[in-house]
Design a protein around this ligand. Structure first.
Ligand code: 5GP
Ligand code: ZN
Length: 112
C-alpha cells in the first residue's frame, strides 16, 4: 500500500512516536502548528472520514481516548484542540485518517 501513514505506522518511515498499540499509532507532526502538535491514526488504512463504517465505531472512540490521554501527558491541562480534516475542501492532504491534537498555545475560532 503506497500510503505515507501506513508506512509510518509500520515503522518503514521514521517518526517521533508517542504511543502505539494494536489499533492506533500516535506521533509528532513534522510541521507543528503549536508547541504540542501530534497525530493519532488508526493502523488500519481508512482514506477519509467518509470511508468509516459501523465497524469502526470502537476504533474512532479509541483514537479520541488516545488523543485525550496523550494531550494530558504532554501537559495540555489548560486545554487543547482536536481536528480532523476530510477531503480536499476540508484541507486533507494525507489520505489516511488522522486526528490532529494541538496544544500549549491559545487557540482561536473560527480557524479560517
Ligand atoms: P492534513 O492536512 O491531511 O489534515 O494533515 C496532514 C499532516 O501530516 C500535516 O500536518 C503534515 O505536517 C503532516 N505530515 C505530512 N507528512 C508527514 C511525515 O512524513 N511525518 C510526519 N510526522 N507528519 C507528516
Ligand atoms: Zn494508509
Amino acid at each position: 500500500m503506497d500510503c505515507l501513514f501506513c508506512k509510518i505506522a509500520a515503522g518503514q518511515i521514521p517518526a517521533r512516536t508517542l504511543y502505539e498499540d494494536d489499533q492506533v499509532f500516535a506521533f509528532h507532526d513534522i510541521a507543528p502548528q503549536a508547541p504540542v502538535h501530534f497525530l493519532v491514526i488508526p493502523k488500519k488504512h481508512v482514506p477519509t472520514l467518509n470511508h468509516l463504517t459501523d465497524e469502526d465505531k470502537a476504533l474512532t472512540g479509541h483514537m479520541l481516548h488516545t488523543a485525550q490521554r496523550l494531550a494530558a501527558e504532554l501537559g495540555c491541562d489548560e486545554g487543547f484542540r482536536v481536528v480532523m480534516n476530510c477531503n480536499h475542501q476540508g484541507g486533507q492532504t494525507v489520505y489516511h485518517i488522522h486526528m490532529h491534537v494541538l496544544g500549549q498555545r491559545q487557540m482561536h475560532w473560527p480557524p479560517g
